[in-house]
Design a protein around this ligand. Structure first.
Ligand code: SF4
Ligand code: SF4
Length: 76
């Protein structure tokens, strides 16, 4: 059966570290970066568990700042 894998690209300068996408992800893929910050001083989101992303787009839908772009790929 075909499987879908997803990938999230974060616009790190747009992200304000509000955590909404982290909570919205059903697969625990995202996390706020523990050390790095953007130019505004916010800890931005990154893919902590990239292999678990199924491309459901929940994270992108809840982000108030449009900081996330989700890509989906079908693999056999
Ligand atoms: S696309 Fe879905 S599974 Fe992937 S990081 Fe976003 S909410 Fe999580
Ligand atoms: S919802 Fe958007 S602004 Fe908030 S932490 Fe996630 S990517 Fe950053």
């Amino acid at each position: 059966m075909a499987k879908v894998i997803g990938h999230v690209v974060v616009n790190t300068e747009r992200c304000k570290g509000c955590d909404l996408c982290v909570v919205a992800c059903p697969s625990n893929v995202l996390s706020l970066h523990p050390r790095e910050v953007n130019i505004k001083g916010y800890h931005f989101v990154y893919m902590k568990n990239p292999d678990d992303c199924n491309g459901c787009s929940n994270c992108g839908l809840v982000c108030p700042d449009g900081a996330l772009t989700i890509y989906r790929k079908r693999v056999e």
